[in-house]
Design a protein around this ligand. Structure first.
Ligand SMILES: NC(=O)c1ccc[n+]([C@@H]2O[C@H](COP(=O)([O-])OP(=O)(O)OC[C@H]3O[C@@H](n4cnc5c(N)ncnc54)[C@H](OP(=O)(O)O)[C@@H]3O)[C@@H](O)[C@H]2O)c1
Length: 288
């Protein structure tokens, strides 16, 4: 059975782009799929799935936030002759209350945890060879994600107090995905991943300031203030709440944990936050 071509759903996004590049470096045929790709694929439009899956050997799946990968998708994948699937999930989804605020249970739902778990269940029950990736907070949130604009404006304001997080580099997450898609030995594995060192948000921002020469600082704020400021910036209330819930594990110290998924999958240590900063600075991530 061949795993080619590999369908990369979300192949234009932060992890997907890197998975596509990693596969192409290995000479593996790739089909990029998303709403805006030549191969159109929409999680919310089942009529786009069959053509995307036709002739595909393996799938890398980035689920839509809050929407589980449905069994109807994995069933269609099996029917289409797909042999293998690698699913992007998130660290902590298996820990009750991980995304909660420590007091109420509902926040876990808001952070999309339930949907990640449901998607994992669909993949595990599919009969496909499966691998689940559970990365912690991405280092690239600073260079491509939610933290970028505030950093370019000079101030990152988060409800994380003086907590630290072991940010994982997406080049490592993608390398694990590529290994799982193309090599033996990763079937049935759940890879929980982090970087090798927990850094406080203040240290992280200071390292970026030093590498770029920019005057930027970290300012801890309350959860209420954080969500109010996101809404002032034009984010829908629901999204602001979701980000606040996603930051709960950092604030509560849970994201300082070091996970061994990169070492287990690749036989080497993950990249340090300092390496991420240096590479992103060289690539001009904070030139703004
Ligand atoms: N940020 C973190 O620190 C963190 C940590 C752990 C886990 N995660 C998880 O990582 C996932 C996000 O991954 P990412 O950062 O690689 O993605 P991303 O950069 O947010 O990109 C999303 C990708 O999905 C595509 N997409 C959006 N809506 C779609 C739809 N309806 N149907 C099909 N494709 C769609 C986008 O392309 P189009 O717009 O062209 O469709 C794009 O390729 C989330 O599930 C999140 O829970 C994030």
């Amino acid at each position: 059975m061949t795993n080619e071509p590999v369908l990369v759903i979300g192949g234009t996004g932060k992890t997907g782009r890197r998975v596509v590049a990693g596969l192409q470096e290995r000479g593996v045929a790739v089909r990029v799929a998303s709403r805006s790709s030549e191969q159109r694929f929409d999680w919310l439009d089942e009529s786009t799935w069959e053509a995307a899956l036709e002739g595909v050997g393996a799938v890398y799946a980035v689920p839509l936030e809050g929407v589980p990968v449905p069994r109807s998708f994995t069933e269609l994948a099996v029917k289409s002759g797909v042999g293998r699937i690698v699913l992007l999930s998130a660290r902590g989804v298996d820990v009750p209350g991980y995304y909660g605020d420590g007091e109420t249970a509902e926040a876990a739902e808001e952070a999309g945890v339930a949907s990640h778990l449901e998607g994992e269940r669909a993949v595990r029950a599919s009969g496909l060879e499966w691998t689940v990736l559970r990365p912690g907070w991405f280092a690239q949130n600073f260079s491509e994600g939610l933290f970028l604009d505030p950093l370019l404006a000079g101030e990152l304001r988060l409800p994380t107090a003086d907590a630290a997080a072991s940010f994982v580099d997406l080049d490592d997450v993608a390398a694990v995905a590529v290994a799982a898609l193309t090599e033996d030995g990763h079937t049935g594995q759940v890879y929980e991943m982090s970087g090798p060192r927990a850094v406080t948000l203040e240290t992280a921002v200071a390292e970026i300031a030093e590498a770029t020469g920019r005057r930027i600082r970290f300012v801890p704020v309350t959860v209420d203030r954080f969500t109010a400021e996101l809404r002032q910036d034009g984010l829908p209330a629901e999204d602001a709440e979701l980000w606040a819930a996603a930051l709960n594990p950092i604030r509560r110290g849970l994201e300082a944990k070091i996970s061994d998924g990169v070492r287990r999958a690749l036989g080497r240590d993950p990249r340090d936050f300092a390496e991420f900063v240096s590479a992103a600075a060289t690539a001009g991530a904070w030139r703004g």
